[in-house]
Design a protein around this ligand. Structure first.
Ligand SMILES: [Zn+2]
Length: 301
């Protein structure tokens, strides 16, 4: 089974909701074959997304709301028509946001209630938070009701802690170490800090060593660079946490199959070249699917 634990809706309407975020990327971005990414140009309908998944052999994809798309849109376009293929994560901003997408300080009770409803009534399987994008600390006490909600409903939480080319994201709120405290206070909560915590991979992997319910994913791999990711995957294996590393893409990792083939065929070539033990078949199968099954838990469709 192959599960992509980290993707975002790229249909026309979602792109319109997301435009204020992603039109403000600070750096030029290229696909791995050198094609420049046309801002706002990545449009994939839900039907096409299913075709792409079929072509690449992906069984299920987690569609993550990045805070600004109404959950009802993701439900209508993805979860309702394809309940076996898409896993929904609500994207909540715990604090009220102003017109610039920055928070204005008040706890967003309505958003908390909507998040709860998305899980209990619309079948979303988890919650995503993006502290750096909303300019709040994951340690802010006003965020805790969202952690408590995930713990109460026994659903996994994805917290983006790491770099991003999005201009208005505040990296002072993005360091993985800040989530360390949360893991003490919610010891059973399953948390994924995506992108291997780039560029703080070692910091994240060290937290994973002592935190049995902390996961990561390799989404954004196309932009982190293959050699860097290979090196960090080997580190994760050496640290004994590889069974909590998951396959993920993010919108710019296209075609999907390229990354799956890379994991299966090329990752170990790098390991051997570095004089490291190759990853076992089981470890690679874990990254591609089994680890995500464990992360999403019993609620998976
Ligand atoms: Zn993402």
């Amino acid at each position: 089974m192959i599960i992509d634990i980290h993707a975002h809706p790229s249909d026309m309407q979602s792109a319109q909701y997301l435009a204020p975020y992603f039109q403000q990327a600070a750096t030029d971005r290229h696909l791995l074959d050198g094609t420049p990414v046309v801002r706002g140009g990545l449009l994939i309908s839900p039907e096409q997304y299913i075709k792409d998944m079929d072509e690449a052999g992906v069984d299920k994809t987690a569609m993550l709301n990045a805070s600004v798309i109404p959950d009802t849109h993701i439900y209508e376009q993805y979860l309702k028509p394809y309940p076996e293929r898409f896993i929904g994560f609500t994207g909540s901003n715990p604090l009220v946001v102003d017109g610039n997408l920055l928070n204005n300080g008040a706890f967003d009770q309505k958003n908390w209630e909507n998040t709860r409803r998305s899980i209990t009534e619309l079948g979303f399987k988890g919650i995503k938070l993006l502290p750096a994008y909303g300019h709040y600390s994951p340690l802010d006490p006003r965020v805790y009701p969202f952690y408590a909600l995930a713990a109460e409903l026994n659903v996994p939480l994805i917290i983006h802690m790491g770099g991003t080319p999005v201009r208005h994201a505040a990296l002072g709120f993005a360091k993985p170490i800040d989530v360390d405290r949360i893991l003490f206070e919610f010891p059973t909560l399953r948390i994924n800090m995506p992108h291997l915590g780039w560029p703080w991979e070692d910091e994240l992997l060290a937290i994973m060593v002592r935190s049995p319910h902390l996961y990561t994913d390799i989404s954004f791999i196309g932009e982190m660079g293959l050699q860097r990711v290979a090196h960090k995957l080997i580190t994760a294996r050496n640290f004994g946490v590889i069974s909590r590393v998951m396959f993920g893409t993010d919108p710019l990792c296209r075609p999907l199959k390229f990354y799956i083939d890379w994991l299966r065929n090329d990752l170990n070539k790098y390991a051997v070249k570095q004089g490291e033990q190759p990853l076992t078949k089981d470890e690679i199968a874990g990254i591609l699917g089994k680890n995500a099954l464990k992360f999403v838990g019993v609620n998976i469709a």
